[in-house]
Design a protein around this ligand. Structure first.
Ligand SMILES: [Fe+2]
Length: 226
């Protein structure tokens, strides 16, 4: 059984699988280079709390601070909430070549072929795409990604100390027992089912200012079953 067959077996069995994308698609290393140099104005901060979902440019500190406090209250109270930065695939960011290069890779025939092998589904289109960035205080509370066929998170973090949080924790169907805990490692790629099975997961709060940003390319795919 090849490594890809083993990854596919894990996806079929568990509803998620993780592997090193660079081992199968070395081009990801080129596509990822330069993302840290993207100008700050292209990034936004997205926060979800019990008042709603808010996305602002990074320079609107005062409004963001208020939403961040409410999101942290929700985290403590066990309510769905999140806070992180992202480089979103918006019309305004159509000229950000580094983002378009990463999206191009996620949309490429080679990536589609790989995802077909892993999921037994043929990607038809990317429904949503962005690069996330987690700094101190950022987190995503336990959730199940809705709709589409499957989601992909390609980690782009160069160096990470797990003591700083930012861990991706995958839970069982009931949302209580831990099935996997992923430390951010460059090019580690998580593929998870969002159609037939839900995969509850969260990103633990980053508790210290990390020396390297915790970044990941996120894509949600529509696909047809082969
Ligand atoms: Fe998610």
């Amino acid at each position: 059984m090849s490594t890809l067959d083993e990854i596919r077996a894990a996806f079929v069995r568990d509803g998620f699988a993780h592997f090193n994308l660079a081992a199968h698609l070395p081009e990801v290393q080129v596509a990822a280079s330069g993302l840290e140099l993207v100008p700050e104005h292209a990034w936004s901060h997205i926060v979800k709390n019990h008042e709603g979902e808010f996305e602002y440019p990074l320079d609107r500190f005062s409004e963001l601070a208020g939403h961040q406090r409410l999101a942290e209250d929700d985290l403590r109270a066990g309510r769905f909430s999140f806070s992180f930065e992202r480089l979103n695939d918006t019309p305004a960011n159509a000229t950000i070549l580094e983002l378009q290069c990463m999206k191009g890779l996620l949309n490429s025939p080679a990536m589609s072929e790989l995802l077909l092998h892993v999921t037994a589904r043929k990607p038809s289109r990317i429904v949503q795409c962005y690069v996330s960035r987690f700094r101190k205080g950022h987190f995503i509370y336990t959730h199940r990604d809705p709709g589409q066929s499957f989601g992909v998170a390609v980690n782009l973090t160069r160096r990470w100390d797990p003591n700083h949080g930012g861990l991706t924790v995958i839970l069982d169907e009931g949302g209580s027992a831990v099935r996997a805990c992923l430390v951010p490692v460059a090019f580690q790629t998580l593929v998870f089912d969002t159609s037939e099975r839900s995969t509850p997961h969260f990103v633990s709060m980053v508790s210290a200012t990390p020396p390297c940003a915790r970044m990941a390319a996120i894509a949600r795919y529509d696909a047809t079953v082969e």
